[in-house]
Design a binder for this molecule. Sequence first.
Ligand SMILES: C[S@@+](CC[C@H](N)C(=O)[O-])C[C@H]1O[C@@H](n2cnc3c(N)ncnc32)[C@H](O)[C@@H]1O
Length: 283
Amino acid sequence: MITRDEIIDKIADLEKEYVDFMVEHFTDWEVWANISQRMADGEQVGEEEIPEAFLLEYKLIRVILKMDAVGKFDWNNPELREIFGKLAQSPLYYFLAEMVTEIALRLARHAGVKTFVEIGAGRGNLTATMLQKMDGNNVQTDLIVTDADSIVVENIARLKDRYPRINIETMLWDINTSPPDDLIGKIQHPCLVYERASILYANIPAVENIAAIADIVVFEDMYNYTGKLYAYDEIVKKIGAFPLFYREMKPLLEKCYSDHFMFDLRAQQHLGYPNTTMLIALK
Ligand SMILES: C[S@@+](CC[C@H](N)C(=O)[O-])C[C@H]1O[C@@H](n2cnc3c(N)ncnc32)[C@H](O)[C@@H]1O
């Protein structure tokens, strides 16, 4: 099996690119943390005060607080849907998709991965990037795309036709439960599981369920590395986003994998930022 040192060697250029991007993107995180506290305290804060990198997050928090004030949360609120649509198309999200998929493909090449599993695929935005890269690089590895929500089947069906050379399957899997037998039956090892922004909606114990099938994981999420929460963390809890405390994840990761590391730790250390955003673990 591939080791951490070999992984670091194969993706050193990506680590530099990722850390540089994150340091620039999150540089004003403390300004934003203070503003989110003022918003939580009921102050109306205008857009002109918001550092550009946090503008969509600001709009999200504003709409969550608005709904919370009237005691009625609605996922179909048009403003909320528009913000999520814009987030999914934002430069940050494009960058993250590029990075997760590029890392997954490089590790797969060097570890002889036979099955990719994507979890929490939702609308298939990350899947689309993965398929594009697999097709462009003529990668024949099987891809199983999963989500707890059955809408994933429809969403991925739309993508499947564009990539006839790739063996793509879609399955339902709530990662808060053990992987279903039919999923286990389709996996050839080594298996690499990747994702973006879905574990924070499932919560920490999902890590152990995923380890039941994964030999390598590449997880793009928000890991609370310092243990300190800010107002924006408290507000997004209202829409079911859990803070993924690294101190709680670590024992589980150590139990399930022989090694793990935070790919972007240098960015966290440079900024004093509370989060790391990319976890790699291997058996
Ligand atoms: C913010 S979306 C991210 C979608 C996609 N990963 C992306 O980056 O474009 C979160 C996704 O996580 C999925 N999800 C939430 N809880 C889950 C669970 N317990 N098991 C599997 N998927 C889950 C949701 O259905 C949704 O598709």
